[in-house]
Design a protein around this ligand. Sequence first.
Ligand SMILES: C[S@@+](CC[C@H](N)C(=O)[O-])C[C@H]1O[C@@H](n2cnc3c(N)ncnc32)[C@H](O)[C@@H]1O
Length: 245
Amino acid sequence: MWGVFMAKQVKSRQRVTDHGEVFTATREVNAMLDLVKQETERVDSRFLEPACGDGNFMAEILRRKLEAAKKRAIPPRKRKPLPLEFEKQSVIAVASIYGVDLLIDNVIACRNRLYDIWYEEYENICNNEINEDCKAAVRFILDRNIVCGNALTMKCVDENGIEIDEPIVFSEWTFIMGSIMQRKDYRFDKLLAGNYMPNALNKKKKRADEYTQMNLLSIVDENLCDEGEFVTSYVADYRRVQEHG
Ligand SMILES: C[S@@+](CC[C@H](N)C(=O)[O-])C[C@H]1O[C@@H](n2cnc3c(N)ncnc32)[C@H](O)[C@@H]1O
């Protein structure tokens, strides 16, 4: 029994001791996400997981959001999503999910896992209209949104696991007109200085707390960014956001 548990939820006893690394099983992930079901099924609702591991929660959130993206991309009286509209909606879905983890292998695994989930749906819906720039844009967004850092000190951590004197910065991605996307960067520590627990989760707080225990899953409030310290802003076509490295 321990062997089965080990294989799925624990990589090594040392990592459990050093970092509290025990992954959440799919059943618990879904039970917890169902507490805020409506939000998980909204393409643009923002989620942040400050101890994301390899993305068990984020993967499920993305799957739900992509389902919503498909529905949103279906024109009236039609049955199939429009590929270009799905592409845009799916970029919004990816761009609204954020994570932090101390360990670089988890961060890389998480980025790749979300990319693969996104790409599978992208290929399904847009099969012969796949756009290479869009693929690069999604990779770039995931690199920015899933950060190797310490969620307690809110500083970045390098690939050797050493904390560096660089604040964690998150990007807010918003379509401002047609295909034009704005990226606004904010310091994580300043964002948290505001009240970022949304009403949706506060209402369910007691039950959510029972489920979360070590996981600090948060939905980022819609107005969050009005309160944080704004660092910088860029505007580009959504397929070219990576040009502002
Ligand atoms: C209990 S695991 C949970 C992983 C994932 N949320 C899940 O439910 O499967 C905790 C994760 O938090 C990470 N972690 C521990 N301390 C952290 C910190 N101060 N900042 C960011 N991540 C941290 C560990 O590396 C580990 O991946």
